[in-house]
Design a binder for this molecule. Structure first.
Ligand code: HEC
Ligand SMILES: [Cu+2]
Length: 313
């Protein structure tokens, strides 16, 4: 929808559809409100006290008219609902091969971790035309990740992961805001998203080597926190091996089944008693308060890498 470009660039794959949806919703709403208001006005004038309009018995009800005025708006609004639901689903389903970037919000900044270990604060560098998956959490209160030019906005919650996926389609610098009031300096919780050409992005990655990939840092933490003492290959403790866990279903002791995603692994580390894997005694201690959000994301990246490596021939 080029109409909106005058206001804010449409810089992500989600933007055009979102604008079209908003426009459609606005047009339908104006038509409905306009139609009803016009009818009220016409009736008010025609049947005002003292007018000569006919005031005989009300005509018989017409089933056809009733069916139409219920059926047509119902279909129109259901259509808008389905359209919106499809877009909502797209924003939360990363396509295969998406670049997974971690976002940790705190009062009052955005901390970003790239899979290769680059870290940045209040800046997010991404390559153009490559699907991006953001895995986000907060260290304190609720924040909201809002990039108007991408038409994306997602609450970032303490104690949970929320995700967003989108593809930037234009290079440039775009504003990032926190869109959830989060304390004194909320209005200063801003940043910049820098969308770069693929070659500029690889130059940027090379110029900011970071501290090794997230998965490697996670592997080091896995030993540091003593996870390997129970989960390692040579461990004598009866604990599940984590190879091939990520992305696969897990049977729990309570008989339910869950998929081992970032959320499940996070909960396993912080609330091990809440979801006990079937066939194991819940002897794993909780690491709540000991592991920072960034370290949990590194541990997740490590456990994820154990499955990715296995799936590759
Ligand atoms: C004292 C031994 C012990 C330590 C230390 C330990 N775990 Fe565990 N872990 C277990 C046991 C036993 C289970 C299975 C029972 C359960 O789900 O609570 C488990 C379950 C898990 C699961 C779920 C596995 C599945 O198959 O569903 C994950 C993920 C996990 N641990 C990660 C970690 C990480 C990361 C650390 C280090 C921060 C860690 N564990 C430290 C013993 C341990
Ligand atoms: Cu905030």
């Amino acid at each position: 929808m080029s109409h909106f470009e005058r206001f804010i660039a449409e810089a992500s794959s989600a933007a055009g559809q979102t604008d079209a949806l908003l426009l459609a919703l606005t047009v339908v709403s104006v038509l409905v409100v306009g139609g009803i208001s016009l009818t009220i006005a016409v009736f008010a004038v025609r049947w005002h006290a003292g007018s000569k309009a006919p005031r005989g018995p009300v005509p018989d009800r017409s089933r056809v008219a009733e069916g139409l005025w219920i059926g047509i708006p119902l279909l129109v609004f259901l259509g808008i609902f389905i359209w919106a639901a499809v877009l909502f689903h797209q924003l939360r389903t990363p396509p295969p091969g998406a670049l997974a970037i971690d976002v940790v919000a705190k009062q009052w900044m955005w901390k970003i971790q790239h899979p290769d270990g680059q870290r940045e604060i209040n800046e997010l560098h991404i390559p153009v035309n490559r699907p991006i998956e953001l895995v986000m959490t907060s260290q304190d209160v609720i924040h909201s990740f809002f990039v108007p030019a991408f038409r994306i906005k997602q609450d970032v919650l303490p104690g949970r992961y929320t995700t967003l996926s989108f593809t930037p389609i234009r290079t440039g610098r775009y504003q990032l805001f926190c869109a959830e009031f989060c304390g004194t300096n909320h209005s200063e919780m801003r940043g910049t998203v820098i969308v770069m050409s693929p070659s500029a992005f690889s130059d940027w990655l090379a110029a900011n080597p970071g501290e090794g990939s997230l998965a490697d840092q996670g592997a080091a933490l896995f030993r540091e926190y003593g996870c390997s003492g129970c989960h390692g290959a040579s461990s004598t403790v009866h604990a599940p091996k984590l190879n091939g866990l990520y992305g696969h279903p897990v049977m729990l002791a309570n008989g339910t089944q869950v998929t081992a995603d970032a959320r499940y692994i996070r909960d396993s580390i912080l609330l091990p008693a809440s979801q006990v894997a079937a066939g194991y005694t819940p002897i794993m201690p909780s690491f709540k308060g000991q592991v920072s959000e960034e370290d949990i994301l590194k541990l997740v990246a490590y456990i994820r890498s154990l499955s990715v490596a296995e799936n590759q021939p």
